[in-house]
Design a protein around this ligand. Structure first.
Ligand code: MUC
Ligand code: MG
Length: 367
Protein backbone atom coordinates (compact mmCIF):
# COMPACT_ATOMS: atom_id res chain seq x y z
CA UNK A 1 0.00 0.00 0.00
CA UNK A 2 3.04 2.28 -0.18
CA UNK A 3 2.65 5.39 -2.34
CA UNK A 4 5.43 5.50 -4.91
CA UNK A 5 4.54 8.46 -7.17
CA UNK A 6 2.03 11.24 -7.71
CA UNK A 7 1.36 12.64 -11.18
CA UNK A 8 -0.34 15.97 -11.92
CA UNK A 9 -1.54 16.05 -15.54
CA UNK A 10 -3.02 19.29 -16.95
CA UNK A 11 -5.82 18.91 -19.48
CA UNK A 12 -8.22 21.26 -21.26
CA UNK A 13 -11.74 20.46 -22.49
CA UNK A 14 -13.89 23.30 -23.89
CA UNK A 15 -17.42 24.04 -22.75
CA UNK A 16 -20.33 24.05 -25.17
CA UNK A 17 -21.32 27.37 -23.61
CA UNK A 18 -19.57 29.32 -20.84
CA UNK A 19 -20.89 29.34 -17.28
CA UNK A 20 -21.03 32.96 -16.04
CA UNK A 21 -21.58 34.07 -12.44
CA UNK A 22 -20.85 37.04 -10.20
CA UNK A 23 -17.21 36.15 -9.42
CA UNK A 24 -16.10 34.90 -12.86
CA UNK A 25 -16.78 32.74 -15.89
CA UNK A 26 -15.58 29.40 -17.18
CA UNK A 27 -15.13 28.72 -20.92
CA UNK A 28 -12.78 25.74 -20.80
CA UNK A 29 -12.26 23.09 -18.14
CA UNK A 30 -8.53 23.61 -17.59
CA UNK A 31 -8.27 21.04 -14.81
CA UNK A 32 -5.53 18.79 -13.43
CA UNK A 33 -5.86 15.01 -13.30
CA UNK A 34 -4.07 13.64 -10.25
CA UNK A 35 -2.84 10.03 -10.22
CA UNK A 36 -1.50 8.35 -7.09
CA UNK A 37 0.56 5.20 -7.79
CA UNK A 38 1.28 2.47 -5.24
CA UNK A 39 3.96 -0.20 -5.10
CA UNK A 40 1.24 -2.79 -5.85
CA UNK A 41 0.53 -1.19 -9.24
CA UNK A 42 -2.76 0.40 -8.11
CA UNK A 43 -3.54 3.89 -9.49
CA UNK A 44 -5.95 6.23 -7.68
CA UNK A 45 -7.36 9.22 -9.60
CA UNK A 46 -9.12 12.52 -8.89
CA UNK A 47 -9.25 15.95 -10.50
CA UNK A 48 -8.44 19.48 -9.32
CA UNK A 49 -10.49 22.31 -10.91
CA UNK A 50 -8.59 25.61 -10.49
CA UNK A 51 -10.84 28.56 -9.73
CA UNK A 52 -8.42 31.53 -9.80
CA UNK A 53 -11.19 34.03 -9.06
CA UNK A 54 -12.16 32.16 -5.90
CA UNK A 55 -9.09 30.52 -4.35
CA UNK A 56 -6.26 31.96 -6.46
CA UNK A 57 -5.19 28.54 -7.74
CA UNK A 58 -4.27 28.17 -11.41
CA UNK A 59 -3.69 25.05 -13.50
CA UNK A 60 0.08 25.70 -13.65
CA UNK A 61 0.19 26.42 -9.92
CA UNK A 62 -1.61 23.18 -9.07
CA UNK A 63 0.80 21.12 -11.19
CA UNK A 64 3.77 22.89 -9.57
CA UNK A 65 2.59 22.58 -5.96
CA UNK A 66 1.83 18.87 -6.40
CA UNK A 67 5.15 18.16 -8.14
CA UNK A 68 7.26 20.29 -5.79
CA UNK A 69 5.50 20.19 -2.40
CA UNK A 70 2.58 17.78 -1.91
CA UNK A 71 4.03 14.88 -3.96
CA UNK A 72 7.30 14.76 -1.97
CA UNK A 73 5.24 15.14 1.26
CA UNK A 74 3.17 12.06 0.50
CA UNK A 75 5.39 9.65 -1.48
CA UNK A 76 6.73 6.94 0.84
CA UNK A 77 3.65 6.93 3.12
CA UNK A 78 1.02 4.20 2.84
CA UNK A 79 -2.65 4.52 1.85
CA UNK A 80 -3.59 3.81 5.49
CA UNK A 81 -1.66 6.80 6.81
CA UNK A 82 -4.28 9.33 5.73
CA UNK A 83 -4.09 11.39 8.93
CA UNK A 84 -0.35 11.83 8.41
CA UNK A 85 -1.01 12.77 4.80
CA UNK A 86 -3.64 15.30 5.92
CA UNK A 87 -1.34 16.70 8.58
CA UNK A 88 1.43 17.29 6.03
CA UNK A 89 -0.88 18.79 3.39
CA UNK A 90 -2.55 21.07 5.97
CA UNK A 91 0.78 22.73 6.77
CA UNK A 92 -0.06 24.71 3.61
CA UNK A 93 -2.96 27.07 4.27
CA UNK A 94 -4.00 27.62 0.63
CA UNK A 95 -4.22 25.36 -2.44
CA UNK A 96 -7.52 23.68 -1.48
CA UNK A 97 -8.23 21.92 -4.78
CA UNK A 98 -4.64 20.63 -5.17
CA UNK A 99 -4.73 19.17 -1.63
CA UNK A 100 -8.21 17.73 -2.15
CA UNK A 101 -7.34 16.00 -5.41
CA UNK A 102 -4.34 14.31 -3.75
CA UNK A 103 -6.53 13.27 -0.80
CA UNK A 104 -9.28 11.82 -3.01
CA UNK A 105 -6.83 10.01 -5.31
CA UNK A 106 -5.35 8.38 -2.17
CA UNK A 107 -8.86 7.27 -1.11
CA UNK A 108 -9.52 5.96 -4.63
CA UNK A 109 -6.31 3.93 -4.50
CA UNK A 110 -7.31 2.62 -1.05
CA UNK A 111 -10.75 1.55 -2.28
CA UNK A 112 -9.23 -0.18 -5.29
CA UNK A 113 -6.65 -1.92 -3.08
CA UNK A 114 -9.33 -3.13 -0.62
CA UNK A 115 -11.70 -3.88 -3.54
CA UNK A 116 -14.41 -1.70 -1.96
CA UNK A 117 -16.30 1.43 -3.11
CA UNK A 118 -15.09 4.55 -1.27
CA UNK A 119 -18.72 5.57 -0.67
CA UNK A 120 -19.11 2.44 1.48
CA UNK A 121 -15.79 2.97 3.27
CA UNK A 122 -16.98 6.48 4.18
CA UNK A 123 -20.49 5.58 5.29
CA UNK A 124 -22.43 3.68 2.60
CA UNK A 125 -25.77 5.35 3.28
CA UNK A 126 -27.46 5.23 -0.14
CA UNK A 127 -26.88 4.45 -3.79
CA UNK A 128 -28.08 7.60 -5.57
CA UNK A 129 -28.58 11.36 -5.23
CA UNK A 130 -31.17 13.72 -6.64
CA UNK A 131 -29.48 16.17 -8.99
CA UNK A 132 -29.64 19.97 -8.85
CA UNK A 133 -28.54 21.97 -11.93
CA UNK A 134 -26.75 25.36 -11.77
CA UNK A 135 -28.04 27.99 -14.17
CA UNK A 136 -25.47 30.67 -15.09
CA UNK A 137 -26.27 34.28 -15.98
CA UNK A 138 -28.64 34.67 -18.92
CA UNK A 139 -31.88 36.39 -19.85
CA UNK A 140 -35.07 35.01 -18.31
CA UNK A 141 -36.30 33.26 -21.50
CA UNK A 142 -32.88 31.58 -22.02
CA UNK A 143 -32.83 30.35 -18.40
CA UNK A 144 -36.37 29.01 -18.66
CA UNK A 145 -35.46 27.20 -21.91
CA UNK A 146 -32.37 25.63 -20.30
CA UNK A 147 -34.33 24.52 -17.26
CA UNK A 148 -36.99 23.04 -19.56
CA UNK A 149 -34.32 21.09 -21.47
CA UNK A 150 -32.82 19.79 -18.20
CA UNK A 151 -36.24 18.68 -17.01
CA UNK A 152 -37.21 16.99 -20.25
CA UNK A 153 -33.87 15.35 -21.01
CA UNK A 154 -32.65 14.41 -17.53
CA UNK A 155 -35.69 14.73 -15.25
CA UNK A 156 -33.93 17.41 -13.14
CA UNK A 157 -36.35 19.53 -11.10
CA UNK A 158 -34.06 21.44 -8.69
CA UNK A 159 -32.22 24.52 -9.95
CA UNK A 160 -29.64 26.82 -8.41
CA UNK A 161 -29.85 30.21 -10.10
CA UNK A 162 -26.73 32.37 -10.26
CA UNK A 163 -27.50 35.91 -9.05
CA UNK A 164 -25.45 38.90 -7.90
CA UNK A 165 -25.81 41.30 -10.83
CA UNK A 166 -26.74 44.94 -10.68
CA UNK A 167 -29.48 46.07 -10.64
CA UNK A 168 -30.90 43.22 -8.56
CA UNK A 169 -34.01 43.21 -10.78
CA UNK A 170 -31.91 41.55 -13.55
CA UNK A 171 -31.74 38.43 -11.39
CA UNK A 172 -35.04 38.60 -9.55
CA UNK A 173 -36.74 38.72 -13.00
CA UNK A 174 -35.07 35.43 -13.91
CA UNK A 175 -36.16 33.70 -10.71
CA UNK A 176 -39.71 35.06 -11.15
CA UNK A 177 -39.79 33.81 -14.77
CA UNK A 178 -38.68 30.32 -13.67
CA UNK A 179 -41.28 30.17 -10.89
CA UNK A 180 -43.95 31.59 -13.20
CA UNK A 181 -43.22 29.05 -15.93
CA UNK A 182 -42.85 25.92 -13.80
CA UNK A 183 -45.02 26.73 -10.78
CA UNK A 184 -44.43 24.25 -7.95
CA UNK A 185 -42.96 21.62 -10.30
CA UNK A 186 -39.42 22.79 -9.51
CA UNK A 187 -37.34 23.72 -6.46
CA UNK A 188 -35.28 26.91 -6.67
CA UNK A 189 -32.44 28.51 -4.73
CA UNK A 190 -30.02 31.34 -5.51
CA UNK A 191 -26.23 31.81 -5.31
CA UNK A 192 -24.71 35.32 -5.41
CA UNK A 193 -20.97 34.46 -5.33
CA UNK A 194 -20.52 37.62 -3.19
CA UNK A 195 -21.83 39.86 -6.00
CA UNK A 196 -24.24 41.96 -3.95
CA UNK A 197 -23.81 44.07 -0.85
CA UNK A 198 -25.76 43.03 2.24
CA UNK A 199 -28.28 45.81 1.51
CA UNK A 200 -28.74 44.72 -2.14
CA UNK A 201 -29.10 41.11 -0.99
CA UNK A 202 -31.81 42.10 1.50
CA UNK A 203 -33.67 44.05 -1.20
CA UNK A 204 -33.45 41.14 -3.67
CA UNK A 205 -34.64 38.62 -1.08
CA UNK A 206 -37.61 40.88 -0.26
CA UNK A 207 -38.44 41.10 -3.99
CA UNK A 208 -38.34 37.28 -4.18
CA UNK A 209 -40.16 36.62 -0.90
CA UNK A 210 -43.19 35.13 -2.71
CA UNK A 211 -41.08 32.78 -4.87
CA UNK A 212 -40.64 29.98 -2.32
CA UNK A 213 -36.85 29.71 -2.39
CA UNK A 214 -35.14 26.77 -0.66
CA UNK A 215 -31.90 28.59 0.20
CA UNK A 216 -29.81 31.68 -0.43
CA UNK A 217 -26.06 31.10 -0.94
CA UNK A 218 -23.13 33.48 -0.44
CA UNK A 219 -25.11 36.54 -1.62
CA UNK A 220 -22.64 39.06 -0.13
CA UNK A 221 -19.04 38.75 1.13
CA UNK A 222 -18.47 37.19 4.56
CA UNK A 223 -15.84 39.91 5.12
CA UNK A 224 -18.67 42.42 5.35
CA UNK A 225 -18.93 40.96 8.84
CA UNK A 226 -21.77 42.90 10.45
CA UNK A 227 -23.67 43.41 7.18
CA UNK A 228 -23.69 39.69 6.58
CA UNK A 229 -24.97 38.89 10.09
CA UNK A 230 -27.66 41.57 9.67
CA UNK A 231 -28.72 39.95 6.39
CA UNK A 232 -28.73 36.33 7.59
CA UNK A 233 -30.67 37.30 10.71
CA UNK A 234 -33.61 38.68 8.70
CA UNK A 235 -33.94 35.83 6.18
CA UNK A 236 -36.56 33.12 6.50
CA UNK A 237 -34.51 30.59 4.48
CA UNK A 238 -31.18 28.99 5.42
CA UNK A 239 -28.15 30.94 4.20
CA UNK A 240 -25.51 28.65 2.66
CA UNK A 241 -21.83 29.45 3.16
CA UNK A 242 -19.78 28.25 0.18
CA UNK A 243 -16.46 29.94 -0.69
CA UNK A 244 -16.35 31.55 2.78
CA UNK A 245 -15.86 28.13 4.40
CA UNK A 246 -12.88 26.39 2.74
CA UNK A 247 -11.92 24.62 6.02
CA UNK A 248 -13.76 23.10 9.02
CA UNK A 249 -12.49 26.00 11.17
CA UNK A 250 -14.09 28.48 8.76
CA UNK A 251 -17.38 26.60 9.15
CA UNK A 252 -17.16 27.04 12.92
CA UNK A 253 -16.32 30.74 12.64
CA UNK A 254 -19.02 31.60 10.11
CA UNK A 255 -21.79 29.58 11.72
CA UNK A 256 -21.09 30.56 15.32
CA UNK A 257 -20.91 34.25 14.37
CA UNK A 258 -24.33 34.09 12.71
CA UNK A 259 -22.96 34.63 9.17
CA UNK A 260 -24.31 31.33 7.79
CA UNK A 261 -26.95 28.75 8.65
CA UNK A 262 -26.16 25.99 6.10
CA UNK A 263 -23.01 24.66 4.40
CA UNK A 264 -22.01 23.75 0.85
CA UNK A 265 -19.71 20.73 0.95
CA UNK A 266 -17.47 20.64 -2.11
CA UNK A 267 -15.21 17.61 -2.41
CA UNK A 268 -13.14 19.64 -4.90
CA UNK A 269 -12.32 21.95 -1.97
CA UNK A 270 -12.20 19.65 1.08
CA UNK A 271 -11.55 16.24 -0.50
CA UNK A 272 -12.97 13.27 1.40
CA UNK A 273 -10.94 13.61 4.60
CA UNK A 274 -11.79 17.23 5.45
CA UNK A 275 -15.32 16.90 3.98
CA UNK A 276 -15.93 14.22 6.62
CA UNK A 277 -15.03 16.77 9.29
CA UNK A 278 -17.26 19.42 7.75
CA UNK A 279 -20.09 16.90 7.57
CA UNK A 280 -19.68 15.83 11.20
CA UNK A 281 -19.51 19.45 12.31
CA UNK A 282 -22.71 20.25 10.39
CA UNK A 283 -24.39 17.23 11.97
CA UNK A 284 -23.35 18.31 15.46
CA UNK A 285 -24.62 21.83 14.82
CA UNK A 286 -27.83 20.62 13.17
CA UNK A 287 -27.19 22.37 9.85
CA UNK A 288 -28.39 21.54 6.35
CA UNK A 289 -25.64 20.67 3.91
CA UNK A 290 -25.76 20.73 0.11
CA UNK A 291 -23.28 18.83 -2.07
CA UNK A 292 -21.91 21.73 -4.09
CA UNK A 293 -20.25 21.93 -7.49
CA UNK A 294 -16.89 23.59 -8.12
CA UNK A 295 -17.79 23.43 -11.84
CA UNK A 296 -16.42 19.90 -11.82
CA UNK A 297 -15.91 17.60 -14.78
CA UNK A 298 -17.08 13.99 -14.62
CA UNK A 299 -14.14 12.88 -12.46
CA UNK A 300 -14.94 15.58 -9.88
CA UNK A 301 -18.66 14.87 -10.10
CA UNK A 302 -18.01 11.19 -9.38
CA UNK A 303 -16.10 12.32 -6.26
CA UNK A 304 -19.01 14.51 -5.08
CA UNK A 305 -21.40 11.59 -5.74
CA UNK A 306 -19.14 9.24 -3.76
CA UNK A 307 -19.20 11.51 -0.72
CA UNK A 308 -22.83 12.58 -1.04
CA UNK A 309 -24.12 9.00 -1.11
CA UNK A 310 -22.08 8.07 1.98
CA UNK A 311 -24.22 9.95 4.55
CA UNK A 312 -27.88 10.62 5.30
CA UNK A 313 -27.43 14.38 5.71
CA UNK A 314 -25.56 14.82 2.40
CA UNK A 315 -28.22 12.85 0.51
CA UNK A 316 -31.27 14.73 1.86
CA UNK A 317 -30.98 17.62 -0.59
CA UNK A 318 -30.39 17.46 -4.33
CA UNK A 319 -26.63 17.61 -5.07
CA UNK A 320 -25.14 19.92 -7.70
CA UNK A 321 -23.94 17.16 -10.00
CA UNK A 322 -24.85 18.13 -13.55
CA UNK A 323 -22.66 20.93 -14.88
CA UNK A 324 -20.34 18.48 -16.64
CA UNK A 325 -23.22 18.32 -19.15
CA UNK A 326 -22.03 21.73 -20.43
CA UNK A 327 -18.61 20.32 -21.38
CA UNK A 328 -17.96 19.21 -24.97
CA UNK A 329 -16.34 15.94 -23.87
CA UNK A 330 -14.74 14.24 -20.84
CA UNK A 331 -12.15 11.69 -19.73
CA UNK A 332 -14.21 8.76 -18.47
CA UNK A 333 -14.42 5.41 -20.27
CA UNK A 334 -18.07 5.16 -19.12
CA UNK A 335 -19.71 8.63 -19.07
CA UNK A 336 -21.95 9.50 -16.08
CA UNK A 337 -25.68 9.21 -16.82
CA UNK A 338 -28.36 11.30 -15.11
CA UNK A 339 -31.66 9.42 -15.32
CA UNK A 340 -35.01 10.55 -13.87
CA UNK A 341 -33.27 13.41 -12.10
CA UNK A 342 -30.88 11.10 -10.21
CA UNK A 343 -27.25 10.08 -10.46
CA UNK A 344 -26.54 6.53 -9.30
CA UNK A 345 -23.37 5.44 -7.58
CA UNK A 346 -20.84 3.80 -9.87
CA UNK A 347 -20.39 0.06 -9.63
CA UNK A 348 -16.60 -0.15 -9.41
CA UNK A 349 -14.21 -0.09 -6.46
CA UNK A 350 -12.73 3.17 -5.19
CA UNK A 351 -14.51 6.17 -6.70
CA UNK A 352 -15.67 3.78 -9.42
CA UNK A 353 -14.33 5.54 -12.49
CA UNK A 354 -11.93 4.55 -15.23
CA UNK A 355 -10.00 7.09 -17.29
CA UNK A 356 -10.08 6.44 -21.03
CA UNK A 357 -6.38 6.58 -22.10
CA UNK A 358 -7.25 7.86 -25.59
CA UNK A 359 -9.35 10.68 -24.15
CA UNK A 360 -6.55 11.64 -21.77
CA UNK A 361 -4.02 11.58 -24.64
CA UNK A 362 -6.35 13.81 -26.68
CA UNK A 363 -6.92 16.47 -24.00
CA UNK A 364 -3.74 16.55 -21.92
CA UNK A 365 -1.73 19.70 -22.56
CA UNK A 366 1.68 18.69 -21.22
CA UNK A 367 2.76 16.78 -24.35
C1 MUC B 1 -20.68 27.90 -6.79
O1 MUC B 1 -21.47 27.24 -6.10
O2 MUC B 1 -20.35 28.99 -6.37
C2 MUC B 1 -18.72 29.20 -8.97
C3 MUC B 1 -17.59 29.71 -8.46
C4 MUC B 1 -17.01 28.74 -7.63
O3 MUC B 1 -15.98 28.84 -6.99
O4 MUC B 1 -17.80 27.65 -7.62
C5 MUC B 1 -18.85 27.80 -8.54
C6 MUC B 1 -20.17 27.33 -8.08
MG1 MG C 1 -21.62 28.86 -4.51
Amino acid sequence: MKITAIEAIPFAIPYVKPLCFASGEVHTAEHVLVRVHTEDGVIGVAEAPPRPFTYGETQKGIVAVINDVFGPDVVGLTLLQREIIRNRLERTIGNPTAKSAVDMAVWDALGKTLEQPVSELLGGFTDSLRVSHMLGFADPDVMVAEAERMRETYGISTFKVKVGREPVSLDTAVVRALRGHFGDKIDLYVDGNRGWTARESARAMREMSDLDLLYAEELCPADDVLGRRWLVDQLDVPFIADESVPTPADVTREVLSGAATAISIKTARTGFTASQRVHHLAEGLGLDVVMGNQIDGQVGTACALTFGTAFERTSRQAGELSNFLDMKDDLLAQPLQIVDGRLHRLAGDGIGIEIDPDQLAKYRTDR
